[in-house]
Every structure is written in structure tokens, then in C-alpha cells.
Design a protein around this ligand. Structure first.
Ligand code: ZN
Length: 284
């Protein structure tokens, strides 16, 4: 996020390692969430560096910056069928507009894609896809030391939010996320360096724990689904503990990811009308 505190931290960190802003050549963004990309524009102003952003995250970034009425229309199309009230949708529009102020100034962005390779000190890094947390989320694996810069998609202490809904266009974000993580773990990273929380080793074991947690949560969704329910009703039934709008959004996004995964696996039914309703398989 672009805040005075973040500017101070960057200035102090560069001083610590003894380089100037002008020596920065590339700014790599794992995904476009404001707490990751928000200060990229300011950093670019200080350094003239290239800001490299996942290509598949660019549409979501574009939606954050829509004028209010257009933003509302987009969110309405996504959220109203899931049983979310008009009032809440307007709150979301205003909340994102508020958060978006911490993204300014916007950088000039260069899109990057999976499979690209770039130099990093005396190392080369490979760009790997890790969709789910955001549509285009990328990780960077250094080829000599096997360090994995995992962004928000592979953390030591938390299971990160699955899908950027209502901005996501992924149809089954949970499956896509776990498949990509499995492929990455097969590359045997020696050390995982996430953007929140501590670095860790034992990527394989960590992924197993994450998979088990998703399985538990998905089973809870399956267990609580009775009769025909909207996404919001399922969230209420599983007793989501959220206090502020963005926490509700995370719970809606996660729960929707579980419901879509269950539906695509043929384990539950889904009625797609003006309002989307999910139901246990046995009921029809
Ligand atoms: Zn994030």
C-alpha cells in the first residue's frame, strides 16, 4: 500500500542493503492486491524501474479503478445473483474506492506471463503460475538456490483466500489453485519466501496441510447445505465470523469457491436463475 510508513520502510531497507532507488531495474508484482502492488507506482517514480505485473490480473486491476456507477454495475452482475443486497454492493463500491487511494500513483505496467525467465542478481528466476488467490497470481522460483517467492498463494501460517471474487473470472479457483501448487511443489523449492509471515522449508508437507484444511472446510459446507440455499445463506449456516465488509467478501469468495468445486465434481446441485441456489445432490 502506498502510505508514508511504507515509503519509510522502503527507504530504510534500501539504505540497509546499500543501494539507491535508481539502481532498481525491475519491480516484480506477484499479484495486484493493493497491499502488494499499491506502492509500485511510487517506487517507479523513485527508480524509473519497470513494473512487471501478471497479465491475467490486469482485468481485475481495471475494475478497481472504474467510475462508481460502472463499478456498481459490474459488482451487481456478479453479486446480486448470489443473494447479496444492493446496499452491500454499494458499500463495496465505496470501500474499494477508499482502498484504491492507496494504489496511487498508478505505475506504468508491463505484463508478464508464466514461463518467462529473468535475471535476479547472479541468479535466474522462472515465472510460475499460481492462480486462485487472484486470477493471475504468479510465483518466482530462483533456479540455482531454488528459492520460491510465493506471494500470498503459499503461506506458512495461513491458508490464503481462494479467489478474488467478485473480481475473479476463474470457474473453479480451488481446483486450479491446488493443481498449480502441486506442480510447483514438485520442483522441490528449498525455501519458500511468502509475502506474509515467516519463510519456510518443507513445501510438500505444508501443501498437504493446506489441502487437508480445504477438505475440512469444504466438508463443512457440504454438511451445512440443506434444501436450496444461496451463497449468503450457506455462509450464515457455516457461521462465518466476519466483522468488516472485506472479511465478509473473503468468506463469500472462499465459500463460493468450495460450492463451485463441489458442484463441478457432481457432489451438489445448482440452480442458475435470477438467484443462484445450491442444493444437496440427493434432493433432486
Ligand atoms: Zn493478496
Amino acid at each position: 500500500m502506498h502510505t508514508p510508513q511504507a515509503r519509510e520502510k522502503w527507504s530504510a531497507a534500501l539504505k540497509d542493503i546499500g543501494i539507491s532507488f535508481k539502481q532498481i531495474e525491475k519491480i516484480l508484482v506477484t499479484h495486484i492486491h493493493p497491499d502488494h502492488a499499491g506502492i509500485a507506482g511510487w517506487l517507479q517514480q523513485q527508480s524509473d524501474a519497470q513494473v512487471l505485473v501478471p497479465r491475467l490480473d490486469l482485468p481485475a486491476w481495471g475494475k478497481y479503478t472504474l467510475p462508481e456507477a460502472e463499478h456498481y454495475e459490474h459488482l451487481y452482475r456478479e453479486m446480486a445473483p448470489q443473494g447479496i443486497s444492493d446496499d452491500t454492493i454499494w458499500q463495496m463500491v465505496r470501500d474499494i474506492a477508499h482502498i484504491n487511494r492507496f494504489n496511487e500513483p498508478y505505475p506504468e505496467m508491463t505484463a508478464i506471463d508464466e514461463g518467462e525467465i529473468f535475471s535476479f542478481g547472479d541468479e535466474t528466476c522462472r515465472v510460475l503460475p499460481a492462480p486462485g488467490h487472484s486470477d493471475g497470481h504468479l510465483m518466482f522460483l530462483s533456479e540455482k538456490n531454488q528459492w520460491l517467492f510465493s506471494g500470498d498463494a503459499f503461506l506458512a501460517e495461513h491458508v490464503s483466500q481462494i479467489s478474488d471474487w467478485p473480481y475473479s473470472t476463474l470457474e473453479d479457483p480451488l481446483t486450479e489453485n491446488l493443481e498449480s501448487l502441486r506442480e510447483i511443489v514438485l520442483r522441490e523449492p528449498a525455501l519458500v519466501l511468502p509475502t506474509h509471515g515467516p519463510c519456510f522449508t518443507g513445501a510438500f508437507e505444508r501443501l498437504e496441510a493446506i489441502e487437508a484444511q480445504h477438505k475440512r472446510r469444504m466438508n463443512k459446507v457440504l454438511e451445512k447445505l440443506q434444501g436450496e440455499m444461496t451463497l449468503i445463506e450457506v455462509c450464515q449456516a457455516i457461521n462465518v465470523r466476519a466483522r468488516v465488509l472485506q472479511e465478509f467478501r473473503v468468506s463469500w469468495a472462499d465459500t463460493r469457491a468450495y460450492l463451485e468445486c463441489l458442484w463441478r465434481r457432481g457432489l451438489i446441485g445448482k440452480e442458475i436463475g435470477e438467484t443462484i441456489r445450491y442444493r444437496p445432490k440427493a434432493e433432486k
